[in-house]
Design a protein around this ligand. Structure first.
Ligand code: HEM
Length: 294
């Protein structure tokens, strides 16, 4: 919270006050400056862009059989000792993001995608490395031949006059980041809970972990950070997460498979948490299965 105050950002907490703020017509997601990102605008342009994204996300509802199999194969193939972030959450969130866009995504791509977090920074996007990563991915995706899926759908929407040039350039990265970052942090945090305190439903876990801690809005009295930690993990109102169904389904598949892997018993060590004020999740958490103790 100090971090926000230091930057002159007000903070709203408590479920009712946050729900009201998220639904308020006085608070906008648009900081000005004409960003092409769906997350940073409101009004008709936001509605138009969001409708295209909803159509794309619907392609993963329900989760296609080959994506389900690929998630289960990844988790079943975890060795006797693995990092819940790099070994479990990253390949699962990466597979879903890849299926969403309809393009293969390698480790270099995912490294840059994680670096763009800084670029979505609530404090004015002063992180040049994060901006360079986001730009690099935008250029890379603009040159990537795409199969059926989100990238092709965005190109078709552009051809049909539903997206302008800038939106076509940046929406693939914004969508990839939205699908990847929160899921990565959620899956790693949920895996850690599973390993240390036993089973809970995915809905309970996502509320408890709340990987996106705050959303930023701009009002008559300046910027405000609205807390999502009091039971609103997917937000609310005009920008409420359109991928929540996919996120929950992905969590159910991956965490059910992980629960089977952990059933032999395990130890957890080297737990470190990220320190980002908005994106919350483990940095590293190493699980060693009982059978791997030697
Ligand atoms: C546990 C995982 C996830 C969490 C906690 C989460 C949370 C959120 C939250 C809180 C917002 C609202 C931001 C705001 O109000 O400014 C949001 C927006 C969004 N999310 Fe998710 N999300 C998750 C996974 C996903 C997935 C898997 C997808 C895609 C399949 C996705 C796509 C999006 C998009 C496109 C937006 C922008 C919506 C808009 O601005 O209108 N998210 N997400």
């Amino acid at each position: 919270m100090d971090e926000f105050e230091r930057h002159g950002i007000g903070v709203v907490t408590g479920r009712d006050a946050c729900a009201r703020a998220l639904r308020s017509a006085e608070l906008t997601s648009d900081p000005g400056g004409g960003s092409p990102s769906v997350l940073l605008r409101d009004g008709e342009d936001h509605t138009r862009l969001r409708a295209v994204l909803r159509e794309i996300i619907a392609g993963l509802e329900p989760v296609p059989a080959d994506l389900r199999t690929s998630i289960e194969t990844t988790v079943t193939g975890l060795g006797t000792s693995f990092d819940l972030v790099r070994g479990f959450a990253r390949p699962v969130a990466g597979a879903v993001t890849s299926a969403l866009l309809g393009v293969p995504l390698d480790d270099v791509f995912l490294d840059h995608l994680e670096a763009t977090t800084a670029n979505l920074d609530v404090f004015g996007g002063v992180d040049r490395a994060g901006q360079a990563s986001a730009f690099r991915l935008a250029v890379q995706l603009s040159r990537t031949p795409a199969g059926p899926g989100g990238l092709t759908a965005l190109r078709e929407a552009h051809a049909a006059g539903r997206l302008d040039e800038d939106e076509l350039m940046f929406t693939p990265v914004v969508l990839a980041h939205a699908a990847y970052e929160n899921s990565l942090n959620f899956l790693a945090g949920a895996g850690l809970q599973l390993a240390t305190s036993g089973p809970r439903t995915v809905r309970e876990l996502v509320t408890a972990i709340c990987p996106a801690r705050y959303v930023l809005r701009f009002g008559p009295d300046g910027p405000v950070a609205i807390s999502l930690a009091d039971g609103l993990p997917f937000g609310l109102g005009r920008h409420a997460c359109p991928g929540s169904g996919v996120a929950v389904a992905e969590g159910e598949i991956a965490l059910a498979a992980l629960a089977k892997v952990l059933a032999v018993g395990c130890r957890v060590g080297e737990v470190r948490w990220k320190t980002h004020p908005v994106f919350h999740g483990p940095e590293r958490a190493v699980v060693t299965l009982a059978s791997g103790d030697g």
